[in-house]
Design a protein around this ligand. Structure first.
Ligand code: SF4
Length: 313
């Protein structure tokens, strides 16, 4: 973003009060086993309006980083799961803010129909910075079934091919540590994704949070989260096997302390980032002149505009 815009561009996370087709029955019921869907209860969420959330995010981010340009990041739940007119209205509201230069829209691969892709492409043609963030998590249908994801790899392929036809930038989300998966699964998933073409990646350790099916499995001893060393090894390996033009938007994630059950290292974002950086330095793969996470003193912040801690779209 610095190269492209000559200045820092920051995402502002937005909860636009979407729901999820994997919970309401249109795609599945119960949601992903790692998803805390307590917040789907009728009174569980009453997020402020889009403009209000942008204003709140802008205040915090500008103070913290000095950024003056932003992407509106429609992050919480499935951000394409609505009537196209309603989507246009929400996205338009964000783009009407003078310092919002684009959108990042998080969704499921089975929820990116042609009209939505056309709409995003239209924004892109108007000069906006547009990112479609697709939650794939794994390319193995068996793994996706095991976490009740409600879609397979074929839906991802369809979505990505259609999105790429329209020139959209794609960021694919992957989870490391899914039940039954090994380092080899992660590597194969990366290879399949790179083969289809992608512009960005997000890596996320699978963590166990309260109010989930995964928490029950963990309590019964049926699921063991990764150790920190295992996560570092797999994440580092994926990064070093990814071509440099593919941007890592994220290489770890945390959960709110009030929700996180395991593993406890998931509460320490900077520890994980610094360990990955160190591992990459050891492999002589990072550029010594670049800014590293070790240099960064920004604290992890949770605020009212933060998305639900457990939505791994
Ligand atoms: S993790 Fe995302 S896709 Fe899965 S049930 Fe929750 S909101 Fe839906």
């Amino acid at each position: 973003m610095l190269h492209r815009y000559g200045e820092r561009v920051h995402k502002i996370a937005i909860d636009a009060n979407f729901t999820c087709p994997n919970i309401d029955g249109s795609k599945g019921r119960g949601g992903c086993t790692f998803c805390n869907n307590v917040s789907f209860s009728p009174n569980g969420r009453q997020p402020p309006g889009v403009i209000e959330q942008i204003a709140a995010g802008r205040r915090v981010i500008r103070k913290r980083t000095g950024a003056r340009k932003y992407l509106a990041y429609f992050q919480a739940y499935t951000n394409t799961y609505a009537d196209i007119g309603q989507l246009r209205q929400l996205y338009d509201q964000a783009l009407a803010e003078p310092d919002v230069i684009g959108l990042a829209v998080g969704t499921r691969p089975d929820c990116a129909p042609i009209p939505v892709l056309d709409l995003l492409a239209e924004y892109q043609q108007q000069g906006n910075e547009i990112w479609l963030e697709l939650g794939l998590q794994s390319s193995f249908d068996e793994s996706l079934r095991r976490v009740n994801r409600g879609h397979g790899f074929s839906e991802y392929k369809t979505a990505i091919l259609e999105a790429r036809k329209r020139g959209l930038q794609i960021c694919t989300h992957l989870i490391i540590g899914l039940p039954g998966e090994t380092k080899q699964h992660c590597k194969v998933t990366l290879e399949r994704i790179l083969e289809l073409g992608v512009d960005g990646l997000k890596l996320h350790p699978l963590h166990v949070v309260k109010g989930t099916q995964l928490a029950n499995e963990w309590r019964r001893g049926e699921y063991q989260p990764l150790l920190l060393d295992e996560y570092i090894e797999i994440a580092t390996d994926l990064i070093r096997h990814t071509p440099p033009e593919v941007i890592f938007h994220r290489v770890t994630a945390t959960a709110a302390p009030r929700l996180l059950l395991a593993p406890d290292w998931c509460s320490k974002k900077w520890l994980v980032l610094n360990r990955i950086t160190d591992a990459l330095h050891r492999l002589h793969l990072t550029n010594n002149s670049s800014r590293t996470t070790t240099d960064c003193k920004e604290p992890l912040q949770w605020n009212s505009s933060a998305p639900p801690a457990t939505c791994l779209l």
